[in-house]
Design a protein around this ligand. Structure first.
Ligand SMILES: Cc1cc2nc3c(=O)[nH]c(=O)nc-3n(C[C@H](O)[C@H](O)[C@H](O)COP(=O)(O)OP(=O)(O)OC[C@H]3O[C@@H](n4cnc5c(N)ncnc54)[C@H](O)[C@@H]3O)c2cc1C
Length: 505
C-alpha cells in the first residue's frame, strides 16, 4: 500500500484498470500472458476532457443530453487516434441534469458537464498548459451555440484532463475507457474477469469482459459474483458434514439439490445451527455479540457467512435480525401468553428460515415468501408439540397460556399428573391443527419452486406434518418420547412427492 503497509487477503477483486494493474502493480516475473510488451501493444481508448461548471442563470431550452458535432467531426477520430493532436474543432457532449431533475441546480441557476474526446496520454500534450486553453475553447464553442452569455455567468468551474485519469483514477495512458473496444479487444478478448496470471485474482470494470460503459461494468460485477464463490469453498466440506450429521432427514433431501444451492443451504444451516446451539446452551453473550456486530455492520466470523450468502444470493437482512431477536428473547425462561405471541415467536425462529431459503431457491414472489413463512411456522409448531417435555425440563413452556384454564407450570408438564396431561394433549391437538392449516396453505407456495427444490420442500413439509400425525395417534407415549417418522414411510412420502411435483406444474 502507499504507506508501505502490507495486507493479506484470500482473494483480490480489482475494479481498477487491469492494464495498469498488470503493468504497474504486478511484477512482470509473475506474468506469462500479460507481459509488458503485450500490454504496450494494445490499443487504448481516447482521453477525455471533462469540464464541470455551474452558471448563475438557467438555460431551460437545453435538453438533458446534447451532442454538438464539430464541422470536422469526421477528422476528429483521426486526430485523436492517429495524429495524436488536439483538434481546434472539438465535438462535444453536453450534460444538463437539471432538465429532468430541478434539484440538480440551485433555483435560477444551472449545472452542466461537457465532455470532449481528446487524445490519451500516448500523445505528447502538456495538459498543465493545454487544460485551461481547451476549457476556454469549449466555453467559446458553447457560448456561440447552445449557451449564450456563458462567459459572463460562470459561478463554479472544475475540469479534469487525461492527467487526472492517469494520476487520480489510475488508468494506463490516462484513457477514459481502458483498452479500446476493437473487435480483438472486446468481450472474451478483453481482460478476463478471472486472472490467467495469479490464483484468486479477479477483475471487474470497464477494462474487462464484457466491456466499458455502466451496463458493461455492472455485468462484469455480476460475472465476478458468480466466479468468486468457488474460491471461498474451502470450508464447504466441513459445512456439508455438519449438515449431514445433524439433520438426517434433510441431508437425504439435499442430494436432490443442484450443487450451488446445496452448498448455500449447508452454509445457511451452519449459521442457523450455530446460533441455535448458542441459544440452547444459554450463551446469551455470544448471541448479543452477534447481534451487536450485525446491527453495527462489524466483521463477525459466523455472520460473515450470511453476508456472503447475501452477496451471492441476495438474502434479506431482516430475517436474520428477527431470528436473533427471537433467540435472545428465549434466553430468559420462556412463557407464551397467547397464540398470537407464539405465532410471532415461530415466525422469528422458523418462518425467517423459509424467507432466507427463498432467494437461494430463486423465489422472489411476495406470495411465495408468505407461503415460505407459513411453512416455517407450521414446522416450528410441530417441533413445539414434539418437544413439550424436553422444553419443560429446560424451563421453557411454548404452549400458550390462553389454551389453559389455569397457569401451567413446568412441573405440570414433567410430572405424570393426569389432568395436566389431558390439558396438554388438548393444547397440542389445537396447535397441530393450526400447523395443518398452515401446511395446507404453504403447499400452494411449493409450486413456485423449481422442480427439484419443489420435491425437497414438499417432502420436508410432508414428513414434518407426519410427525404431528404420529403425536396424535399416541399422545401419552409421545409426551416423553420423541415422535419420529420411520424410514419406509419417509421413502413412501418421497415417491408421492416426486409424483405430485412432476405432475403439478
Ligand atoms: C465523463 C464520463 C461520462 C460517461 N458517460 C457514460 C454514460 O452516459 N453511459 C455509460 O454507460 N457510461 C458512461 N461512461 C463510462 C462509465 O462511466 C465507465 O465505463 C464506468 O463508470 C467505469 O466503471 P469502473 O468501475 O470500471 O471504473 P471507475 O468507476 O473509474 O472505478 C475505478 C475506481 O478504482 C479506483 N482505483 C484505481 N486504482 C486503484 C488502486 N490501486 N487502489 C484502489 N483504488 C483504485 C479509481 O480511483 C476508481 O475510483 C462515462 C465516463 C465518463 C468519464
Amino acid at each position: 500500500m502507499a504507506e508501505g503497509q502490507e495486507k493479506r487477503a484470500d482473494l483480490v477483486v480489482f475494479d481498477a484498470d487491469p492494464a495498469k494493474v498488470y503493468r504497474d502493480l504486478i511484477d512482470e516475473q509473475h506474468r506469462k500472458k500479460w507481459t509488458n510488451r503485450r500490454i504496450d501493444r494494445l490499443t487504448y481508448s481516447m482521453g477525455l476532457f471533462v469540464w464541470y461548471f455551474g452558471t448563475s442563470r438557467s438555460y431551460p431550452e437545453v435538453k438533458h443530453h446534447t451532442i454538438l458535432m464539430g464541422e470536422t467531426f469526421k477528422d476528429l477520430l483521426e486526430e485523436i487516434y492517429d495524429q495524436k493532436v488536439l483538434s481546434d474543432d472539438l465535438s462535444l457532449y453536453l450534460h444538463r441534469p437539471a432538465a429532468t431533475d430541478s434539484t440538480m441546480a440551485p433555483a435560477g441557476g444551472d449545472a452542466f458537464y461537457v465532455l470532449a474526446p481528446v487524445p490519451n496520454k500516448q500523445a505528447s500534450i502538456d495538459w498543465k498548459e493545454a487544460g485551461e486553453r481547451i476549457r476556454l475553447q469549449v466555453e467559446q464553442q458553447l457560448e456561440s451555440t447552445l449557451l449564450p452569455e456563458l462567459s459572463t455567468c460562470i459561478e463554479v468551474s472544475h475540469f479534469v484532463t487525461p492527467d487526472d485519469f492517469e494520476g487520480k483514477f489510475n488508468t494506463l495512458w490516462g484513457c477514459g475507457f481502458s483498452i479500446a473496444p476493437l473487435f480483438t479487444q472486446s468481450a472474451w478478448f478483453r481482460f478476463h474477469n478471472k486472472s490467467e496470471e495469479l490464483e484468486n485474482l479477479y477483475f471487474c470494470g470497464s477494462g474487462t469482459h464484457p466491456g466499458a460503459g455502466v451496463p458493461g461494468v455492472v455485468a462484469s460485477a455480476r460475472v465476478i459474483e458468480k466466479l468468486v464463490p468457488p474460491a471461498r469453498d474451502d470450508c464447504m466440506s466441513d459445512l456439508k458434514k455438519l449438515f449431514c450429521s445433524k439433520s438426517k432427514t434433510f441431508s437425504l433431501a439435499s442430494l436432490l439439490l443442484p450443487k450451488a444451492q446445496a452448498d448455500a443451504v449447508f452454509r445457511l444451516y451452519f449459521i442457523c445451527r450455530t446460533l441455535d446451539d448458542w441459544a440452547d446452551e444459554g450463551n446469551a453473550d455470544l448471541l448479543r455479540d452477534a447481534m451487536d456486530a450485525w446491527q453495527n455492520n462489524l466483521p463477525h466470523d459466523l455472520l460473515d457467512h450470511y453476508r456472503f450468502l447475501q452477496a451471492r444470493w441476495g438474502l434479506d437482512s431482516k430475517p436474520l435480525t428477527e431470528l436473533m431477536q427471537a433467540m435472545l428473547m428465549e434466553q430468559q425462561s420462556v412463557r407464551m401468553d397467547s397464540e398470537a405471541q407464539l405465532l410471532e415467536y415461530c415466525h422469528g425462529v422458523a418462518g425467517t428460515i423459509g424467507l432466507m431459503l427463498c432467494p437461494i431457491f430463486g423465489v422472489k414472489d411476495k406470495k411465495a415468501l408468505e407461503h415460505a413463512n407459513n411453512l416455517g411456522i407450521a414446522m416450528q409448531l410441530t417441533n413445539i408439540c414434539r418437544d413439550v417435555f424436553e422444553d419443560a425440563e429446560n424451563d421453557r413452556i411454548y404452549l400458550p397460556a390462553d389454551l389453559f384454564s389455569s397457569a401451567l407450570t413446568t412441573a405440570d408438564l414433567t410430572s405424570g399428573d393426569c389432568d395436566s396431561r389431558e390439558a396438554c394433549t388438548a393444547a397440542k391437538v389445537r396447535l397441530l391443527q393450526m400447523a395443518d392449516e398452515l401446511y395446507t396453505r404453504a403447499d400452494a407456495g411449493i409450486d413456485y419452486l423449481p422442480l427439484r427444490i419443489r420435491i425437497v420442500v414438499r417432502w420436508a413439509s410432508r414428513m414434518y406434518r407426519e410427525i404431528g400425525n404420529v403425536i396424535r395417534t399416541e399422545p401419552e407415549h409421545f409426551h416423553e418420547n420423541r415422535a419420529i417418522v420411520k424410514q419406509p414411510k419417509k421413502m413412501f412420502f418421497l415417491i408421492k412427492c416426486i409424483t405430485r411435483s412432476l405432475y403439478k406444474k
